[in-house]
Design a protein around this ligand. Structure first.
Ligand SMILES: Nc1ncnc2c1ncn2[C@@H]1O[C@H](COP(=O)(O)OP(=O)(O)O)[C@@H](O)[C@H]1O
Ligand SMILES: [Mg+2]
Length: 277
């Protein structure tokens, strides 16, 4: 194993950029939420996106997933420009996402939520199969089986028949991930997937990103938890005031003085002022 040259290993494809955000710009009135922003996401990586509150992380995820559109700049996925495409076309190309505030369907079981993800993927072919009724039940059985496999992936099989709204916050976030996976993405965008989770649940999300990476997925994860970023991300990009601050390995980014200043600036200033007294 140790004798394998990088070029012969999966790392060869990991060096390719799956996503390139180039000079992206998005203003809301006078606020430059994303400003001349640049980042790349390597194929096969778990990439972290960090930055203080209001830095523009969610706006960037919204731009990539097509929920909103950039004022200018380009976003390329597998070499194709996607910045002008509607969200459903971007989803069809292989980008799925979760939301900072969990968005599940009311009144649906965990299993149904995940099956809904599959319906989104195969809407056209499913309608065809419904019209040819004899096929429909076997197609549904197949979708159910796929959804159960995904629930196994996120460790929620034993909750399949439960109404999703009755689950804990951490479990709901995992349902949302499974539903995103049901669209069979190649790039998964997670917006603060561990918000509101305890340390053990958070580590579980980190481990899940590695399982998904092993399955061939690329993950871009907005994350504040420094330990999680350090332990699970291959690369990190940090933004501040909508702009690129630093990108590099987790340790390079976390230790970078500009990052420290962005996150802890006020405290550092206070300590410096105190030390001058
Ligand atoms: N729909 C919107 N309308 C107006 N301002 C917005 C909107 N969305 C985000 N913003 C502003 O853009 C900036 C970046 O927000 P956001 O992308 O949510 O940051 P983050 O996710 O890093 O906390 C903030 O100043 C926020 O108030
Ligand atoms: Mg956000």
């Amino acid at each position: 194993m140790t004798g394998l040259a990088p070029a012969a290993s999966p790392a060869a494809s990991a060096s390719e950029d799956l996503l390139v955000v180039d000079a992206a710009q998005k203003h809301f009135g006078g606020v430059a939420a994303v400003s001349d922003f640049y980042m790349t996401v390597k194929s096969g990586s778990v990439t972290g996106l960090m930055g203080p509150n209001g830095a523009g992380k969610t706006t960037l995820v919204n731009l990539i997933s097509g929920l909103i559109h950039a004022d200018s700049g380009s976003i390329r996925f597998e070499g194709q420009s996607i910045e002008a495409l509607p969200a459903h076309q971007i989803a069809a190309l292989g980008i799925a996402r979760t939301y900072q505030n969990v968005r599940l369907f009311a009144g649906m079981t965990v299993l149904e939520q995940v099956m809904a993800g599959s319906f989104m993927r195969r809407e056209a072919s499913l309608w065809a199969s419904f019209l040819g009724l004899p096929k429909a039940s076997s197609r549904l059985a197949q979708l159910r089986a796929e959804a159960m496999t995904l629930l196994e992936r996120v460790n929620l099989v034993n909750r399949a028949q439960v109404l999703a709204e009755t689950l804990s916050y951490g479990e709901q976030r995992r349902v949302e991930i499974a539903r995103a996976l049901a669209t069979r993405p190649r790039l998964l965008l997670l917006d603060e997937p561990t918000a509101g989770m305890n340390a053990q649940e958070s580590a579980g999300i980190g481990e899940l990103t590695h399982l998904l990476r092993d399955d061939g997925l690329t993950v871009l994860m907005v994350e504040h938890n420094v330990r999680l970023v350090r332990d699970f991300c291959d690369r990190v990009t940090v933004m501040n005031f909508g702009r690129l601050l630093v990108s590099g390995t987790p340790v390079e980014c976390i230790d970078h003085p500009d990052v420290q200043a962005a996150y802890f600036g006020k405290r550092a200033d206070a300590e410096r002022i105190r030390s001058l007294r």
